[in-house]
Design a protein around this ligand. Structure first.
Ligand code: FEO
Length: 615
């Protein structure tokens, strides 16, 4: 996609001003649109990082001053390239240029201004659209309005050739001209001037800029041992892992490099991060080649960069097991230079010897782990992994584990949990090895206390739930939600302190599944939807029956109006999934306003709680 196509939209450029608590501020925007003429309303969208946004949120008033083609660059620099948090942009301003709403407007280089009062707003995560009544409007001159295109071609100075600094690469923000220098462009970069993100930056190449990244000896070198390096990447831009699980804290794709007489690269990364990844690998290798590319697992979050890696080091042998190559070639086409290893087989790199162990279905049939004998390191791929990008701390002793534990369990419950038996077998098999470090392909490297993560995975694989109950409801008009609160009250008064209540339409399923895995009690409620149940609940009940969490105490409730269907459908899922129902199902007609219904719901929570406390 060529986002410069959006430049062809006929944007104007405006100074957006506001005033709150005696503070005046303004910024440049290109997002002003008239939305209705009667009543006269306009809309303007503002980045939440801007100080002007913060002030408008409080004051609910703003002015739009419409810039002309005569506007000099310094006006754009004054209002657009510095923040009102650090500079008073109106320090020498004449106070008489205030509109009826008390907000300053710009009398020079403008042809009109609109004085507005916010009547509504829409949240777009990074921006807010303010919709406002126009209280007053005045024409100030007959000069033509400036367009974004005119600004780009006639006002904005053309970039001057700049010498690279210390051999660094350079990227320019297409919107404001800001230059970023570095070894690679961070995913989470935000232009300090115009607040736009990575998608607006383009790399600058000129005669003095090396197209290849400079390779230095000390950068990006994170060591597991003297000759074993972490070369993974963080993904904070993907919204949904496997396109269905939310990633509020991101995820890491870990990869490792062993540099010996031979060089082995263990599990590459998701293809979207190839540039950063290759830079890291090359910065360690200093011109050496990769001899072996170890593929512990075929899933594309690791393997999708294989073609790019092999383009860099075409002589590398791709190492996998008997089940590795058919899926891999189905994804990426023929692989010429294959090395098939068997259970327990070893591969010498010089002083390091790798040994391979199959862990089928953790996560796919071809999954295996690679054990480095000299240092006792298990490269475990998905096993012992977790969600959560690595925020500086790579090793377990560098972070607060509490931050990662929930995301690890959510990863386990939704990815590995279905194969809990196979995970247990894998843990038992690896128990025969002298494991000093566990290096998975997602999440922390367990260097100080690998026993901690082994213990957690063992607990989750054995379905050892904690004392607590998850109550999930699907409700169209709120009545089943009210019922859930009554059920929760019964559970709490019976002595359960961990009671989690979720609206299945609001909380993404992977979070609910994670807590279902964590706790012993699960109570599901659904209203009727025609003759079946609240539609969103079908996905959760499907996932419960797919993943089969064991040793749970289940309960069911729901509401009906003119037909049943909620409880009936839940009961069908319960039968199919052999849920351990420990209380009578409760179905309430209408709302829980009758005492007998209230009692039944309360007792449902209480009975499930008592069953949990007995287990
Ligand atoms: Fe991280 Fe199953 O891939």
């Amino acid at each position: 996609m060529d986002t410069s196509a959006l430049f062809n939209i006929g944007y104007g450029l405006y100074v957006l001003t506001t005033r709150h608590n005696d503070t005046d501020n303004g910024c440049i925007v290109n997002t002003v649109t008239q939305v209705t003429s009667n009543p006269l309303q306009i809309a303007v969208t503002v980045n939440k990082g801007n100080y002007t946004h913060e002030l408008i949120m409080n004051s609910c008033v703003f002015n739009v001053s419409i810039l002309t083609t005569e506007t000099p660059m310094f006006v754009f620099e004054h209002f657009g390239f510095q923040s009102g948090r650090t500079v008073n942009k109106f320090a020498n301003c004449e106070a008489e240029h205030r509109a009826v709403n008390g907000v300053l407007y710009i009398p020079k280089y403008t042809n009109a201004f609109l004085a507005c009062k916010v009547n509504n707003s829409i949240d777009f995560k990074t921006h807010t659209m303010f919709i406002a009544d126009v209280l007053d409007a005045q024409v100030l001159s007959d000069k033509p309005s400036v367009t974004y295109d005119y600004y780009q071609n006639h006002i904005k100075p053309k970039p001057q050739p700049q010498k690279p600094s210390n051999g660094k690469r350079r990227w320019e923000c297409k919107l404001c001209g800001y230059i970023y220098e570095g070894d690679f462009l961070p995913d989470d970069i935000e232009c300090p001037l115009c607040k736009h993100g990575k998608e607006e930056f383009v790399e600058i190449f000129d005669a003095e800029t090396p197209k290849q990244s400079p390779i230095t000896t000390n950068m990006n070198q994170i060591k597991l041992t003297d000759n074993i390096f972490y070369v993974g990447v963080n993904d904070r831009r993907t919204d949904l892992f496997e396109n269905h699980m939310e990633l509020p804290n991101g995820v890491s794709y870990n990869s490792y490099l062993i540099v010996d007489e031979k060089v082995a690269l263990i599990d590459p990364v998701e293809a979207g991060f190839i540039e950063e990844y290759l830079f890291k690998v090359k910065s360690v290798l200093q011109g050496r080649k990769v001899d072996y590319l170890i593929i512990n697992h075929d899933e594309p979050d690791h393997s999708s960069s294989i073609a790019a890696v092999l383009r860099e080091w075409p002589e590398a042998q791709v190492v996998g097991n008997a089940k590795t190559f058919a899926p891999l070639e189905a994804f990426y086409g023929p692989i010429e230079n294959k090395k098939v290893v068997a259970e327990g087989e070893t591969l010498s790199l010089g002083t390091h010897t790798l040994q391979f162990f199959m862990v089928p279905m953790v996560h796919w049939p071809e999954s295996m782990v690679t054990y480095e004998q000299a240092n006792g390191i298990v490269f475990s791929n998905d096993a012992f992994g977790g969600f959560g990008a690595l925020n500086g701390g790579i090793f377990d002793d560098q972070v607060n584990l509490a931050f990662y534990e929930d995301d690890m369990r959510r990863y386990y419950a939704n990815i590995v949990g279905k194969m809990a038996m196979q995970a247990l077998k894998a843990i038992e098999k690896l128990g025969g090895l002298d494991i000093k470090m566990i290096a998975p392909s997602h999440g922390l490297v367990w260097r100080s206390n690998p026993a901690w993560v082994i213990g957690k995975y063992t607990q989750w694989s054995k379905h050892e739930g904690e004392e607590g109950v998850v109550i999930v409801y699907g409700s169209m008009h709120g009545n089943t939600g009210v019922m859930a609160d009554i059920v929760a009250r019964g559970a709490a008064e019976a002595g359960i302190k961990e009671v989690k209540v979720y609206d299945v339409a609001k909380t993404e399923i992977s979070f609910i599944m994670s807590d279902i895995w964590k706790y012993k009690g699960v109570i599901i409620g659904a209203c009727a939807h025609y003759a079946n149940m609240f539609p969103n609940m079908n996905l959760l009940t499907h996932e419960i029956n797919e993943f089969k969490p064991k040793s749970k105490c289940f309960g069911i409730f729901g509401g009906m109006s003119w037909s049943g269907g909620g409880v009936k459908t839940l009961a069908k899922y319960a039968e199919e999934g052999q849920w351990n129902l420990v209380a009578e199902n409760v179905e309430v007609k209408g709302a829980p306003i009758r005492e007998e219904d209230w009692d039944k719901l309360y007792n449902l929570g209480k009975t499930v709680a008592e069953a949990i406390l007995k287990v």
